[in-house]
Design a protein around this ligand. Structure first.
Ligand SMILES: Cc1cc2nc3c(=O)[nH]c(=O)nc-3n(C[C@H](O)[C@H](O)[C@H](O)COP(=O)(O)OP(=O)(O)OC[C@H]3O[C@@H](n4cnc5c(N)ncnc54)[C@H](O)[C@@H]3O)c2cc1C
Length: 286
């Protein structure tokens, strides 16, 4: 099923994002985690793609397994950076053969340590990949968006215009970068609507479970950690359970407010761990 149809439903769509593990033991653990989360009846599960093709096979295999063995609707991420058109086509062919109908088309970032201009690949931007997949037909395509702006583009309005190009190229739904202050989401959605973006914009949330990880992620993606969240986390940062309790409460408050004010669903960045996501999702479904 095309996830855009789920997102247009009046009921909120909950979705979970996972990354393909590197070891067989990790894969088995991930499948057990997803089977466990399946009881929450997510609208879809998404599987990330390693920049430059580092998870090319495992992304396809994981998406195939989740869709055809576990029976959950799946969105496969695909990044174009560093790939030729033929390489991308071979991944797209395999996804199609596995019955995966939904692709999140991304540019990706250069692999760590490589110069930014090394092996740029056939397509410079996600928009070009969206156009390419549309040209082939058969997939519902989503794209990424950034309520606080993308880190490489200081001009937020230009960044938004680039997003409009991705939507005009054929992106049917958008998933946001994580954020911790809903004001960014609502302001962003209003500005996107003003430019004619009419596709569902799904907020991406990450329940905080570790302060060091939070710092690394937010430094990388440029998301703001509100002062109020910081002051709650800092005194308990060495106590895993206390951090998770704060993270769950914050995420639940965010999610409730987002859904009450019209968000089409919540996309959870699970980091392959299920407990915090499960607690938040269960509470929302009650
Ligand atoms: C929901 C989500 C899922 C993600 N999944 C993955 C994943 O699985 N694997 C992974 O490696 N990364 C993933 N990422 C990270 C993503 O690849 C990076 O944020 C990357 O830096 C940008 O990707 P994009 O698709 O948004 O790029 P683009 O939309 O191409 O934008 C990248 C930058 O280029 C600018 N730009 C766009 N078009 C033009 C143009 N024509 N001229 C000049 N500038 C332009 C934009 O303003 C932006 O600053 C994900 C991000 C999100 C939000």
């Amino acid at each position: 099923m095309r996830v855009v149809e789920l997102l247009r439903d009046e009921r909120p769509t909950f979705s979970f994002e996972f990354f393909p593990p590197k070891t067989e033991a990790g894969v088995a653990k991930l499948y057990a985690t997803i089977e466990h989360l399946a009881e929450l009846d997510p609208g879809f599960v998404s599987v990330t793609y390693g920049a430059g093709g580092s998870t090319r096979d495992t992304t396809v295999e994981t998406a195939d397994h989740i869709r055809n063995r576990i029976g959950l609707e799946t969105v496969a991420h695909l990044t174009c950076r560093g790939h030729t058109a033929d390489e991308l086509d071979s991944v797209i062919d395999r996804l199609g053969a596995a019955g995966v109908e939904n692709v999140l088309a991304l540019r990706g970032d250069p692999p760590k340590g490589s110069p930014a201009d090394q092996a740029p690949g056939a397509f410079a931007f996600a928009r070009d990949l969206v156009e390419h997949i549309v040209g082939r037909g058969g997939f519902s395509i989503g794209a990424a968006c950034y309520p606080e702006g993308h880190v490489e583009n200081r001009d937020k309005q230009d960044d938004l215009c680039r997003l409009v190009e991705k939507v005009n190229a054929g992106s049917e739904f958008l998933i946001t970068q994580l954020f911790f202050d809903n004001a960014f989401y609502f302001d962003f959605v209003a500005r996107a609507w003003a430019l004619g973006v009419a596709v569902p914009i799904v907020p991406g949330l990450m329940p905080v479970t570790n302060v060091g990880q939070l710092q690394r992620f937010t430094e990388m993606c440029g998301a703001t950690v509100p002062h109020r969240l910081r002051t709650r986390l800092e005194p308990v940062q060495d106590d895993d359970q206390a951090v998770m309790a704060v993270g769950i409460e914050w995420c639940l408050d965010q999610a409730r407010d987002l859904l009450a004010r019209g968000a089409p669903g919540i996309h959870f960045y699970t980091l392959n761990r299920s407990l915090a996501t499960r607690v938040v999702c269960r509470s929302l479904q009650r």
